[in-house]
Every structure is written in C-alpha cells, then in structure tokens.
Design a protein around this ligand. Structure first.
Ligand code: SF4
Length: 456
C-alpha cells in the first residue's frame, strides 16, 4: 500500500498543478481571513461553539436519545448503524422496500466514509451525486480530494473534456458558465426522475429532532423535496443541544469554509412531506471508540469546514489523495488512525506541526497537538519503520550531548563541502530529494556564542 510520502511525491511531480492547487486552496484561507476580520465577535463565537461541542461529547448518549425521541414524535423513522456495512445495508433495505432504482444524493462525507455509492451500485441502484464538484468526480470515478470543494484538484479544461465525453457539450467550449448550465440541465433530469433523495446532515438538533443541511447549490433541497422518499445519513457527533445553538455554528461554518458570510442554503427538515417518508440513519462507525480516547476526543467536535485543509502547507502541496482516506487533511490525520492505526500510521506525520490548523479551527480543536500525540503513540506501538527508529535513536544520542552535537555539526559542515555529491544525495537523504543542503557558515553558532559571551 502506498503511503503519504509516495503519493505526495507523485502529485508534486506535476509542478504546475501543485502550484495551482496550492494557490486555489490558499485562496479559501485568504477569503476566510478577510471575512473573519469583519466579525469582532469571532473569538467569542469560537469559544461558544467549542464549549457547546464539549458539552455534547460529554453527554452524547443523552442528547442522542433526546434527538431520537423528538424525531420519532415528528413522524421520522430513526435507524442506528454500528458500522459502515450496517449503514449501507439499512439504506439499501429502505430503498428496496420502495423498489427504488434511481437515487439523487447531495454531498455527504459520511456516505463517502461508508462507500455507499459503490455498495448501492453493486445492488443495481443508480445513485447520482448532485453537488457539481461531486458529480464531476463521480463521472471521473474518483473520490473527493477536499471535503468542501471535492473537485478542487481538477482544471477547467479537464472538466470541459469530461463533459464533452459524458454530456456531449460543444467542442473546445470550457466556459465555466456554459459548463455549469450543461451540468444543471443534466442534473435537472435526474432530480425529476429520482424516486428517493439521500443527504448528509450538518447539524441535528436534540431538543426538536430537526436536521439542518447547508449547501451553496440548493441540490439538497431539490433532492429532498421532489421525490417522496428522503433519507438523511449522519455521524452521531453531529448533534447540537438546542435550536438557539444553531446560529453560532452557521455563523462560523461558511466564513471558515469559503469566506462567505453564510451559506446560500441553510435548510431545515423536521418531518416527512405529505404522503412521503423521512428516515434518519445515525452512524457510529468508530466514533464511540474515538470518544473513549481522551487525547483525541475533541477532534469529534469537527464541523467539516475545511479551514484546516486550506491553511495546511502540506495538504496544499500534496493534494487530498495523498492522504488515501475519505477525510484528508489535518483533521483526517487525527480521525483516520483511530479507525486503523496500521493503515493510517503515516498520516500524523503529514504535517509541519506549525499549528496554523489549530489557529483557524472554528471549534478550537488543538489539531497540531493531537497530531503530535499520535506520533508518540505510533512510535510507542511499534509502527515506526526500523530504519527511521535507528536514525532517531542515534540522533537522540547526539542531541542529548552538547559536545557530541558540536563535533557532529563541525564534521557535517566539512562533509557537505568535500564529499562527492552521490554520497550526500541518495535514497538515505529524503530531505535532499527536492532541496539543496545549505552551505554551512564559517563559524558555528556555538563558536560565535562562546566568543561574544566573553566580551560581555
Ligand atoms: S478540524 Fe476544525 S478547521 Fe478542520 S475541518 Fe474540522 S472544524 Fe474545520
């Protein structure tokens, strides 16, 4: 299995795409900063959101039961799924009971996590992603590379080529408005013919059993309101206690995600349409286990805004696929090792630990500290490669002894100047793969310090 460094190396081979991806993603960060500056109450909102989510995690069982009771009282059918397979089975059974053959789905990271599309397609059910970016990557048979902008890694020209092949659009017409209209026409037909709509859930309100879905394209509303059957799939951590808490989160989510003051559509669903059915599937899939890990628990506060992705210097330059999981970026690197440490032990190392992710997180998750904690745990549990372990052990001995460190520094300074290039730049020197080693100054800092201290 390829790990983050190998997949990232493939991504950065295309320098032009790497630069462009970096700028496109960072542009979200810049817009976020500009919007945050207009909100003097920003830090207060972050603190409130963080406190509310801490309270939710401390009382999750109570809030979930409260939510279930309120939703059932509203006429909603509530289901509980322990893992991805059970979730997929449940959704399939509901669809089967209604003899459904075509489903429209709005963006849901949970259904990506459970691989619902693949599961339903195997059972002969056509499932169409209706968020434009999601539809593009679905047509390309790729997973999303970013939780908010799933097709951020794809260029306009590539979308033009794709639509020419799949939607018969005009030759050489890559105009975004033209392409968007072509997608709208294609999706409209799917909306009108679908027999069921599936959505994710951004927030679920314990006190009234309502769910809230946030989109910029209104596709969730089309998918929920046209077909008679609606199914909403949510992770159990999406609960908020009260209706009045919602405004805190909606004021944080869109500015953090894209620098918008608020998302275009914030839709509320409480009960089935007349003559219709509304189902909510609550999914655990490793969340309870994560809740039990005190060091990482607060990462369940995540509202999937993507701000930590957009600011992360590693994500921006290595692309979403380098994380080889459904949720990439800094938060994915905390959540995914919880699912499988052996498969995801590389991810907490895909970070510079600069802390920018924690600074921008609207619910104040200490992301970089949790990544650092994972690194220690991964090492303790024996997942560090043998070669790296030996290097670190030797480095530890040198760093712990000032005399050795000085000697080593002097030796390395000379070696860089005199050793042939192939001895310095080879497979043992991962750092030097894309960079030149710095030429050391004539005098080391330690020598300079000793000399200057004498003059004090
Ligand atoms: S961890 Fe924080 S910044 Fe990252 S996606 Fe979640 S809420 Fe947003």
């Amino acid at each position: 299995m390829k790990r983050h460094p190998q997949i990232a190396a493939e991504f950065i081979r295309d320098e032009q795409r790497t630069d462009w991806h970096n700028k496109a993603v960072y542009n979200f960060r810049l817009k976020r900063d500009a919007m945050v500056k207009t909100k003097p109450e920003w830090e207060e909102l972050r603190q409130l959101a963080s406190d509310i989510k801490d309270n939710v995690l401390a009382n999750l069982d109570t809030y979930l039961e409260q939510f279930e009771a309120a939703a059932i009282a509203n006429g909603v059918k509530v289901h509980w799924a322990e893992d991805a397979l059970e979730h997929n089975n449940m959704v399939h059974q509901i669809l089967q009971q209604h003899n459904i053959k075509l489903v429209v789905k709005s963006k849901s990271m949970l259904t990506e996590e459970c691989a619902l599309n693949e599961y339903l397609e195997e059972k002969g059910i056509e499932i169409i992603d209706t968020d434009l970016g999601e539809r593009i990557i679905q047509m390309r048979q790729e997973p999303p590379s970013h939780i908010v902008a799933p097709a951020i890694h794809i260029k306009r020209e590539e979308v033009g080529d794709l639509f020419r092949e799949k939607l018969n659009t005009e030759t050489d017409n890559n105009d975004p408005t033209y392409l968007t209209r072509a997608a709208r026409k294609h999706l409209r037909e799917k909306f009108l013919n679908a027999q069921a709509g599936i959505t994710g859930v951004n927030f679920a309100v314990a006190e009234n059993g309502g769910i809230v879905i946030v989109t910029n394209e209104g596709n969730a509303d089309m998918g929920v309101n046209i077909p008679p059957l609606q199914i909403h799939c949510m992770g159990i951590e999406k609960i908020i206690p009260r209706w009045k808490d919602l405004s805190i989160f909606t004021r944080l989510l869109a500015p953090s995600a894209s620098g918008q003051p608020i998302s275009i559509y914030t839709s509320h669903y409480f009960k089935p349409k007349p003559g219709g059915e509304m189902h909510i599937v609550l999914v655990d899939n490793g969340r309870s286990a994560h809740l039990g890990r005190a060091d990482y628990r607060s990462s369940l506060k995540c509202i999937r805004c993507s701000a930590c992705f957009n600011t992360c210097p590693v994500y921006r330059r290595s692309g979403g696929y380098s994380y080889h999981t459904s949720i990439a970026g800094p938060i994915g690197s905390i959540l995914m090792p919880n699912r499988s440490l052996s498969e995801n032990a590389d991810l907490p190392f895909a970070s510079s630990l600069c802390g920018s992710c924690s600074d921008v997180c609207p619910v104040k998750i200490n992301i970089h500290e949790q990544l650092y904690k994972w690194r220690q745990e991964i090492h303790e549990k024996g997942f560090t490669p043998g070669f790296k372990k030996r290097i670190l052990k030797s480095a530890g001995k040198v760093l712990a002894d000032p005399k050795k460190l000085n000697r080593m520094g002097k030796w390395a300074g000379k070696a860089i100047k005199v050793l042939p290039r192939f001895l310095l730049y080879n497979s043992l020197n991962a750092w030097g793969k894309n960079r030149e080693l710095p030429i050391p100054p004539k005098q080391t800092f330690s020598e300079w310090y000793q000399q200057n201290r004498k003059h004090e």
